[in-house]
Design a binder for this molecule. Structure first.
Ligand code: HXC
Ligand code: NAP
Length: 258
């Protein structure tokens, strides 16, 4: 199992879940230190994990790293996950073209690069590609025009690749995490720049129908399911794991509109 951006947060949690099921795991991200720490976390006595410091925007280096992982894993890749992402809050009128491009390049072009790099190595039939999306893909979210555009593109990538690669026996799906506790994403985005009351966490919580933040393990469980034979007829799907937010994302809960 290969996961881009697998060195922290949700993606590292997914990698750990696969490692604990006995998968040979490979990770890439930009930071040498984070890659080394993740490889340490993901290795156990009998099974060594694989890791290389690579930016998903660097197509040639990524392609090389994926080929090296395929060899490490015995010749093919059974499961590939694209989860590298960048985000920050910024109103569109203040966002530079390069700021917009940076998030699109990491999230969307990076996911395309991951898909292209893993494609020649995916098991056929039986290979699985999962893209880690976000509610911003369908819920218009102020101060995140870059991530909304990028993640909407990521979901269309999943749908189109499911059509193109399905006949070869490769399934492609998106997982959409909601607000996941103790993650960089939540730390960055739960903050309202105009609100210094310190109430960000409880404000987000108040929008979640199931009344709790998600855990990394909730997303890992969906990744395991979608990679298993139990999901052998699931492809081209965009699957929220978000505590019930649904298509409108984090809006205040109401008992009734009447
Ligand atoms: C405005 C900003 C900015 C900010 C960067 N830029 N941060 N603009 N407000 N806070 C602009 C810069 O000025 C620059 O434009 C351009 O973006 C590129 O900045 P760099 O710092 O050179 O980019 P880079 O080093 O590639 O870093 C990428 C990054 C960074 C996205 C900016 O934050 C990062 O590495 N993030 C990775 C971790 C992360 O974001 N994790 C959370 C994922 S959560 P100019 O014009 O000045 O050149 C997620 C969804 C969560 O994806 C959903 C929760 C519900
Ligand atoms: P995170 O810990 O910051 O994870 C992002 C990972 O991507 C890190 O391993 C980071 O490592 C890597 N990365 C970033 N830019 C990269 C690049 N250019 N090339 C290669 N690797 C790169 O954030 P997270 O909150 O757990 O988010 C993980 C995924 O879940 C993301 O796809 C995010 O959009 C999605 N998501 C998160 C939430 C949430 O509540 N946290 C909600 C919805 C969706 P390096 O810094 O070493 O590169």
């Amino acid at each position: 199992m290969f996961i881009a951006g697998g060195t922290s947060g949700i993606n590292l949690g997914i990698a750990k879940a696969f490692a604990s099921c006995g998968s040979v795991v490979g990770v890439v991200s930009r930071s040498e230190e984070k890659v080394a720490a993740a490889v340490g976390d993901l290795s156990n006595g009998s099974s060594q994990a694989f890791g290389v410091a690579v930016d998903v925007r660097e197509e040639a280096a990524l392609t090389d790293a994926v080929a090296r992982f395929a060899e490490f894993a015995g010749g093919t890749i059974n499961i590939a996950i694209s989860g590298a992402a960048g985000n920050f809050l910024c109103p569109a009128k203040e966002l530079s073209a390069n700021g917009f491009k940076t998030v699109v390049d990491i999230d969307l072009l990076g996911s395309f690069n991951v898909a292209k790099a893993v494609y020649p190595h995916l098991e056929r039939p039986g290979g699985v590609l999962l893209n880690i999306s976000a509610p911003q893909a369908y819920a218009p979210t102020p101060n995140q025009v870059h991530a909304c555009a990028a993640k909407a593109g990521v979901d269309q990538l999943s749908r189109v690749l499911a059509l193109e690669w399905g006949p070869e026996g490769v399934r492609v799906n998106s997982i959409v995490p909601g607000a996941i506790a103790n993650t960089e994403g939540l730390a960055r985005l739960a903050k309202d720049p105009d609100d210094d009351s310190g109430g960000a966490d409880s404000r987000v919580l108040s929008t979640i129908p199931l009344g709790r933040h998600g855990e990394v393990e909730d997303i890992a469980a969906m990744a395991l399911f979608l990679s298993s034979d139990a999901a052998s007829y699931v492809s081209g799907a965009v699957i929220p794991v978000d505590g019930g937010w649904g298509p409108s994302g984090p809006v205040p809960r109401r008992q009734s509109i009447a």
